[in-house]
Design a protein around this ligand. Sequence first.
Ligand SMILES: Nc1nc2c(c(=O)[nH]1)N[C@H]1C(S)=C(S)[C@@H](COP(=O)(O)OP(=O)(O)OC[C@H]3O[C@@H](n4cnc5c(=O)[nH]c(N)nc54)[C@H](O)[C@@H]3O)O[C@H]1N2
Ligand SMILES: Nc1nc2c(c(=O)[nH]1)N[C@H]1C(S)=C(S)[C@@H](COP(=O)(O)OP(=O)(O)OC[C@H]3O[C@@H](n4cnc5c(=O)[nH]c(N)nc54)[C@H](O)[C@@H]3O)O[C@H]1N2
Ligand SMILES: [Mo]
Length: 768
Amino acid sequence: MKKETADTELTPENFTGLKVEAPQEVAVGLPAVISSAKHVFGAMNVGRGMKALLNLNQKDGFDCPSCAWPDPDDERSAIAEYCENGAKAVAEEATTKRLTAEFFAQHSIKQLGAWSDYELSQEGRIAQPMYKPKEATHYQLIEWEEAFGKIAQHLNRLNSPNEAIFYTSGRTSNEAAFLYQLFVREYGTNNLPDCSNMCHESSGVALNETLGIGKGSVKLEDLYIADLIIIAGQNPGTNHPRMLTALEKAKKNGAKILSVNPLHETGLVAYSNPQTALGLLGGKTSLSDLFLQVRLNGDVPLFKAILKLMYDTEQQRGGVFDWEFIREKTEGVEELLEDLKTCDVAQLSKDCGLTIDEMNEAAELVISSQKIIVCWAMGLTQHKNAVDNIREVVNLLLLKGSIGKQGAGTCPVRGHSNVQGDRTMGIWEEPPKAFLDSLKKQFGFEPPRQHGYNTVDAIKAMHEGKATVFFAMGGNFLSATPDTVYTAKALRNCSLTAHVSTKLNRSHLVTGQEALILPCLGRTDKDIKNGKVQFVSVENSMGVVHQSKGKLQPVSDQLLSEPDIVRRLANATLGTKSKVNWDKLLLNYDHIREAIEKTIPGFERYNERVRILGGFYLPNGARDGNFKTSIGKARFSVNHYVPFKLSDKEYLMMTIRSHDQFNTTIYGLNDRYRGIYNERRVVLMNEKDIEKAGLKAGTVVDLYNFYGGVEREAPRFIVVPYSIPERCIATYFPETNTLVPIDSFADRSMTPTSKTVVVEIKKSVKKE
Ligand SMILES: Nc1nc2c(c(=O)[nH]1)N[C@H]1C(S)=C(S)[C@@H](COP(=O)(O)OP(=O)(O)OC[C@H]3O[C@@H](n4cnc5c(=O)[nH]c(N)nc54)[C@H](O)[C@@H]3O)O[C@H]1N2
Ligand SMILES: Nc1nc2c(c(=O)[nH]1)N[C@H]1C(S)=C(S)[C@@H](COP(=O)(O)OP(=O)(O)OC[C@H]3O[C@@H](n4cnc5c(=O)[nH]c(N)nc54)[C@H](O)[C@@H]3O)O[C@H]1N2
Ligand SMILES: [Mo]
């Protein structure tokens, strides 16, 4: 058997003192307010902290750098249109602690490699551009001009532009993203992988094909008037806390909530609104009417069973399906119904781990509702059959005529705050032809037509030496991607790795021969060009484009804005060959928005409408019941699943977020809602499995994956008994990314299967 080994410490193993309590029953309330205050005022003085919180998500303030949940269109709470985790994200970015050349002189790259992600996050904002020459052990200070010169040199000596990779994380503004893809395409490649490839790509593929648009169809107001909201594979209490306010409102208006999740996530059970006095005093709203503790990857059998039960009732008494909608707006219902006839509910029940009674109850909720919304996130998108998961959701909505009318529709809840906008701006390795034609028309160069690398392809290309320059606009590529040891080798193969970043992370420490860290302004920072304060714009999960204006004094005068970094990179790399007047675009961000308006449909009068506080909606065919697929109708689909066959030693592992992290940024070591404190190297297991395996609560174990004949190891995790279906286990991302095989990804979307990793558990034999 092949074994991939790491030559630096990728996973620090020092335990920090685990404490386990019962999971909490109610999300948010006063403890969340206290936690927000601790994070914000621990990172900066009171004046700066108050300024940060008072501007967060206000119409003339800055957009929260945490999740992409929308802000209310109408009234916003004057003092607190944010959540605990938004406040933590702001504290992380707006900290006044600075990371300078002195720090890098004191610590070698190798030494820093042994620090935990949490320790790296604590070191403050990167304040100066840094460079690691070939063979050097330390980063050293570099002037900006020289840094751009070095990148240009590397790019210009490649045999083909396709040997360079340009990654994007989802915080990048519309303005920066548009310029970035423009530069990359004028340079000559579509190698624009992004975090979306690991996130909602499966949603994009499924929704484009079935409904003609890769985005969700609902507005926030739709949630308030829905009859039924299904929340599948999402943990809103931690990852989209402001969604709970919308759910609370929906419940008050009579909506029912059906939750589908292998874990009883706290926010799905009950919610206490911190913006109301009652909430602060502990008054709570019970959220879920029905909670289905589905087995990992049991969603296709579950949804199939619901559809089958709907079909049976339709046969018996009619009135379940919306035939008028189906006839007028859709295609393919016959094949779906043929397939449903052959389904055996008893078998489906076994395959999803739920009883027939539970499935009947779920079907009854769907049958008796006319306006249904389905919300989902990574629990549906990160599986081999993830695209099928989402197509099954669409089937349910189409049968009920629940798309294209108020109070109903699709709601893929996006992760990064501008990941949806980045895609709209053309951060896409497979750009549509019309987009490239429009670039050509506006800017007069021939954009590359060949598809570029997505994230998985990019890692492989670097591993095989086919790509040797890696540039990242934000993010933490090494830790966010699968198969950490394999990916580390890929990055080390590069001649240059360069990261535009706000904070230090592991991707700065596993580098190409040469490496650069380019520090940039964040969302909260004031951005001044030619004496004028600039704002940028972002698109939220529901397609609203609005402005975001940084208000805080940057911690260093060495930080450049992301648009400015692209300008200088383009000038250094393309020089007079470029057909774009980069300097003019940067005089005022209005010029960038004018260019966007001319290139991308839906941005008419961009500069005017983005100044309307609250922003504007982009066009959305599915929302209007106008399905822009190749057949002009919505498509039903027949979906399949192959149940995992696990040996006695094997478990299915999901990798999830704790309450104290934003992706690879670790704010703290607690997962308060799940009752886990001071430790992230834990594995949540069903009590019966613990006993059968001869383990105990607190046993230290090593985790293995052997996909494709390669041994992958994540050493030393502490067993924690938890309410989770048998044979399913959970660990935190990114500690177990070493176990996610590079070759295991979703059909068609190529999203790594981070929620279904087949794992063996062995007692750790190392000394404790
Ligand atoms: N505070 C905070 N906010 C965040 C982030 C963060 O890290 N911290 N990350 C942002 C990003 S980029 C994203 S994409 C989102 C992620 O938001 P989520 O998708 O909520 O994040 P995960 O922690 O991956 O949680 C996945 C959920 O799906 C469930 N699940 C896992 N497998 C299955 C399955 O097979 N079926 C079903 N039905 N459920 C399953 C898990 O139990 C868990 O509740 O959050 C965004 N917001
Ligand atoms: N096993 C497993 N792996 C996963 C997931 C999972 O659920 N399980 N989830 C996947 C998902 S959904 C996603 S979206 C990806 C996330 O992948 P990424 O987006 O690549 O990762 P982040 O941790 O969000 O990136 C954090 C870094 O971004 C930089 N940063 C923060 N703000 C800014 C800014 O304003 N500008 C710039 N230039 N840099 C900034 C900081 O330096 C910080 O260290 O991870 C994926 N990986
Ligand atoms: Mo994400």
